[in-house]
Ligand binder design. Structure first.
Ligand code: FEO
Ligand code: CA
Ligand code: CA
Length: 749
């Protein structure tokens, strides 16, 4: 996500990340469970030594009576030494740094043309026609191979399509200032011409790429090239909420479609070869009048409860003011206030927010197939969608996170069982209909003994059908208001679930939990718990951050039923930390200076090498290093040990938290591979099937630039990629880079 929060929007935007005020579960509940169940799974409690950590009222102690570590499986079928490269040092340089023996080249940047008739990007704020150019803030990305005849290919390595998200724009006071000649208009109304540019740079790109004589380029005139924006017509609403009363808008009075996809963050690839993209911080783009609670029937009206839970309180301002662009419906739709006289919402956009927040499926190879918003997978701030390993005759599982503070981890289990022939279907999008429109949605509860359970979100659960806060009407209502249903069943509040990915070696699922400033020792609703056990302070210059500042990566091993399992075990693969941080309470994974990182976000296992690639979107360690990507060869759930953290509460009582720390990664199992330019995040990862070309995205370089400095490039926080010799102008641009190895080997060896 874009970590920059403009000052005047901070309250409304932060609310997007912070709208879980449900009271489940308090630490007392977790502690009681621990006391009654401890030792069942992991052996007895560990209490070896206690270290008093000055200034934080925090003590830590560790235990070592857990089972011996198991030997991790060999990753993939390597023909070389994986992680054989020299670790890249932390860097504050305005450039992409990769290990010796590797090359990183800029391939596809904001504004690059996607058809023959579109001019090269001038990058001075005068460019238009973004519907036929690369969008902004490149994010999640997947590879779709093409053979020489231009047909889909699972083995092609020199020609393919990149399908990628364009999450957002670098903005200040409403304006995406690098897109406009003088920085644009920060007051309302916003000029239509500025709004039209800003809406067009959101969405998704499909761009053809090819390699010839060792050099990768985009194919400007490819017939596959394609953009979706947040105003694209006829996006289908599929699954149980299709046609539901909650989906009725002036645009679709039958509630079956909507315009566009928005704030697309993580991605995924289905077992049948289509692209899925998650809609993340969509709520912040919509405005809602301060009088709208009254218009809807008061604070207890269902729609008001729902809007608040999804971060749109009455009086919420929109991020860009797009609703002020003019009288046309394409502007009006950004105001979700109830203004019409109808009873069903068919004459305004009061229900528009219900049409965002989904996993959206599209066929990267076929732009004539209308994308589908898969409502069966629930509505929240989606990141990536990771499929469990498909097994013939068993249902498919899709793992997902909801990236806001204290939100949840979910799993969808398909009704249809996997059919091997569907790996190469005649029609990918209707195959998607058959797997992703019917099934069960579950939310995760993590127990303090290292076990966990998936709780179905269904009307058959009395906790849901009888929920006092919100009277669910039907299963569609449960899915559209999945956060409320998950509150009702007491799901575990997590430290901002970002991407997830399935370990290609053993099927375990990894989740990045990027950070959480709301995690606090004395918090009633979000004290440290076993799955989110750390609360500490981190200094950056003169400022101090509190909570779980650096994030962690949690992993789940499903029970015997595999994709359909209702129980699992878990541990924390690695805790993000500065290498110099306190070993007993913060740097729990003993990270060295070649391994330390903060705020993991993007996460992907390579299908080729089995390497786990970890990408950061950080604001805490950026006084020392720009954001980065690390390569890892993780073991398995349970390969480490139990650790008990003890905190002293304000009332001087002790709060003890058992957690499970994966085996500390040695120098040959976790290593920094890349550091990006200034003020960027690293996100999105895909490869050619041979693992010899890797594509990643550099998002929002220079995002800390002040809009007032737009005319003075020497004051830009970054001039990348122009300073790497790519393109005109000096304004920083989000871009895709391709990484190759000089000796032709696989990436990460
Ligand atoms: Fe778009 Fe949660 O990062
Ligand atoms: Ca992200
Ligand atoms: Ca620090």
């Amino acid at each position: 996500m874009n970590a920059r929060i403009p000052t005047d929007l901070s309250s409304s935007l932060k609310a997007e990340e912070d709208s879980n005020h449900s009271d489940n579960p308090s630490f007392d509940t977790v502690l009681a469970a621990r006391l009654s169940r401890r030792g069942l799974l992991r052996g007895g409690a560990g209490t070896v030594g206690t270290v008093v950590l000055g200034g934080m009222g925090l003590t830590a102690c560790g235990g070592g009576d857990d089972p011996a570590p198991t030997t991790p499986p060999a990753p993939g079928t390597p023909t070389e030494t994986l992680l054989g490269f020299g670790a890249v040092a932390k860097s504050l340089a305005d450039m992409v740094v990769v290990p010796a023996g590797y090359t990183a080249s800029v391939l596809y940047a904001l504004g690059d043309p996607l058809n023959a008739g579109t001019a090269a990007y001038k990058n001075d704020g005068t460019d238009t026609g973004f519907e036929n150019r690369a969008g902004d803030h490149h994010d999640g990305m997947e590879w779709f191979g093409l053979d020489a005849a231009g047909k889909a290919s699972a083995t092609a390595t020199a020609r393919g399509l990149l399908a990628m998200n364009h999450e957002a724009t670098t903005d200040e006071l409403r304006s995406s200032f690098f897109l406009h000649a003088n920085g644009g208009t920060t007051t309302l109304p916003r000029p239509a011409a500025e709004v039209d540019k800003e809406t067009a740079i959101h969405g998704v790109s499909i761009v053809e790429v090819q390699q010839a004589a060792g050099k990768w380029t985009t194919v400007q005139n490819s017939a596959f090239n394609h953009r979706l924006t947040c105003l694209s017509d006829n996006i289908q609403l599929n699954g149980p909420a299709r046609g539901n009363a909650l989906m009725v808008t002036k645009y679709s009075t039958t509630g079956v479609q909507t315009r566009g996809t928005l704030n697309n963050c993580g991605t995924g690839k289905t077992p049948w070869g289509s692209f899925v993209t998650g809609e993340e911080n969509w709520a912040g783009y919509f405005t809602r009048a301060s009088t709208d609670d009254t218009a809807r029937g008061g604070a207890t009206a269902k729609s008001v409860v729902s809007l608040k839970r999804y971060g749109r309180n009455a009086g919420s301002r929109s991020r860009h003011g797009w609703e002020t662009g003019g009288a046309d419906d394409k502007y009006a739709r950004w105001n979700v206030g109830q203004s019409g006289a109808s009873l069903d919402g068919s004459d305004d956009y009061r229900n528009e927010l219900n049409t965002f927040g989904y996993i959206v499926e599209m066929d990267a190879y076929d732009k004539t197939q209308m994308p589908r918003k898969r409502t069966a997978l629930g509505r929240f701030a989606h990141e990536s969608a990771a499929f469990g390993k498909p097994v013939v005759g068993q249902p498919l599982a899709v793992y997902m996170g909801d990236d806001s503070r204290g939100e949840y981890i979910y799993k969808f289990v398909s009704t249809k069982t996997w059919v091997a022939a569907d790996a190469n279907p005649a029609n990918r999008i209707t195959t998607g209909d058959s797997y992703l429109d019917a099934g069960k949605l579950y939310v995760a509860k993590f127990a303090s003994d290292g076990s966990g359970s998936w709780v179905e979100l269904a009307m058959s659960n009395p906790l849901i059908s009888g929920y006092a806060t919100y009277a669910f009407a039907d299963q569609a209502d449960v899915l559209v208001n999945a956060r409320l249903a998950a509150d009702a069943v007491g799901a575990t509040k997590m430290d901002r679930p970002e991407w997830c990915s399935t370990n290609v070696n053993n099927g375990e699922i990894y989740f990045t939990l990027t950070n959480n400033s709301n995690r606090a020792i004395d918090s009633a609703s979000m004290p440290p718990d076993s799955a989110n056990p750390r609360v500490y302070e981190d200094t950056k210059g003169a400022s101090t951050s509190k909570g779980n500042v650096n994030g962690h990566i949690l992993r789940v091993k499903e029970g015997a039923a595999g994709n359909a399992a209702l129980v699992f075990t878990w541990d924390v693969y690695v805790f993000g930390a500065e290498s110099g941080a306190a070993a007993g309470s913060v740097n729990l994974s003993s990270l060295t200076s070649d391994q330390d990182f903060s705020s993991p976000d993007g996460l992907a296992f390579s299908p080729s090498t089995g390497i786990l690639w970890i990408q950061t979107d950080d604001g805490a360690y950026t006084d020392v290093t720009n954001c980065m990507m690390l390569a890892a060869l993780p073991g398995t759930v349970g390969d480490g040990a139990k650790k008990t953290l003890s905190y002293t509460k304000a009332d001087t009582t002790t709060l003890s938290v058992d957690t499970y720390v994966g085996q500390a990664p040695t120098a040959d199992k976790l290593k920094r591979f890349l550091v990006g330019p200034k003020s960027c995040e690293i996100t999105g990862m895909c490869e050619t099937p041979d693992g010899k070309a890797m594509f990643i995205n550099i998002q929002h370089p220079g995002e800390t630039t002040a809009m007032a400095d737009i005319a003075d490039p020497t004051k830009y926080a970054s001039q990348w990629p122009s300073n790497a010799g790519y393109g005109a102008g000096k304004r920083p641009r989000s871009a895709t880079i391709v990484i190759t190895k000089t000796d032709g080997g696989r990436i990460g060896s």
